[in-house]
Design a protein around this ligand. Structure first.
Ligand SMILES: O=C(O)c1ccccc1NCC(=O)[C@H](O)[C@H](O)COP(=O)(O)O
Length: 262
């Protein structure tokens, strides 16, 4: 039976073919190479100081439906940056998350910190697009890729000077992330096949990720206590969406999460 992740990727591939008909792959690749160099996201995550927060622009989701309208993603991202976010994640998938490449452009124009294009990457074209629109980081979901494609997309991002956030959900996926030499490794508490969230998963899996890698706890983070728990379990960074877009004061929410983890 098809999983939620399978369905999302089916739609992503259809939308990708549409865009490819409008702007050819060589053209997007040329734009990607002509764009100002990507910011060094790894350096930002490895800098001294408290936990790093990746703050997400997220309108809706398969698990929760509508979360926030976010009429001005640039304003939201600026609030995140003022609150002390290390990076901004922009969900660009349209069908299930209500995002777009236009959101990426708007956010890029409003912040100076590294930008993650959060989407379901299956093709060089999407990585070129991400770079051409100012993203510094792309997401690679191990569960969505075979080893050959994972390595190929990882190498392509690296060649463009980008950082890949390689997302895992179990031990074999961590081993696959390590096999491509991923430096930024996410453990998603949300199972993308069932949408169940397990906040205890990070603590179980983190010891398998070498300490010289940046360990990111993703999803289901509700408050500063959750962040503190993840830091105690070895997280260098957390990725937060829903709690920030629904809380009403994104700037203080980011700041409180950082302060609460000290
Ligand atoms: O959020 C979902 O329901 C979802 C479902 C299927 C695939 C991906 C999904 N989310 C993407 C993310 O990874 C999250 O937006 C991100 O980790 C933030 O999660 P949260 O803080 O729980 O909003």
């Amino acid at each position: 039976m098809a999983t939620v992740l399978d369905d999302i990727i089916l739609g992503v591939r259809e939308d990708l073919e549409d865009r490819r008909r409008h702007i050819s792959a060589p053209e997007v690749a040329r734009h990607a190479r002509e764009t100002a160099p990507a910011l060094d996201a790894l350096a930002a995550f490895r800098a001294d100081g408290p936990v790093k927060v990746i703050s997400e622009v997220k309108r809706r989701s398969p698990s929760k439906g509508d979360l926030a309208t976010i009429p001005d993603p640039a304003e939201l991202a600026a609030a995140y940056e003022q609150g002390g976010a290390t990076a901004i994640s922009v969900l660009t998938e349209q069908r299930r998350f209500g995002g777009s490449i236009a959101d990426l452009d708007a956010v890029r124009a409003s912040v100076r910190i590294p930008l993650l294009r959060k989407d379901f990457m299956v093709d060089h074209y999407q990585i070129d697009e991400a770079r051409a629109h100012g993203a510094d980081i792309i997401l690679l979901i191990v569960a969505a890729l075979d080893d050959v494609l994972l390595r190929d997309l990882f190498q392509h991002a690296t060649e463009l000077g980008m950082t890949a956030l390689v997302e895992t959900h179990d031990e074999p996926e961590i081993d696959r992330a390590l096999a491509v030499d991923a430096q930024l490794i996410g453990v998603n508490a949300r199972n993308l096949k069932t949408l169940d969230v397990d906040r205890g998963l990070f603590a179980e899996l983190a010891p398998r990720v070498p300490a010289d890698r940046v360990r990111v706890a993703e999803s289901g983070i509700r408050n500063p206590q959750d962040v503190a728990d993840y830091v105690a379990a070895g997280a260098d960074a957390v990725l937060v969406g829903e709690a920030l877009v629904t809380g009403g004061d994104p700037r203080s929410a980011v700041r409180t999460m950082i302060e609460g983890s000290r």
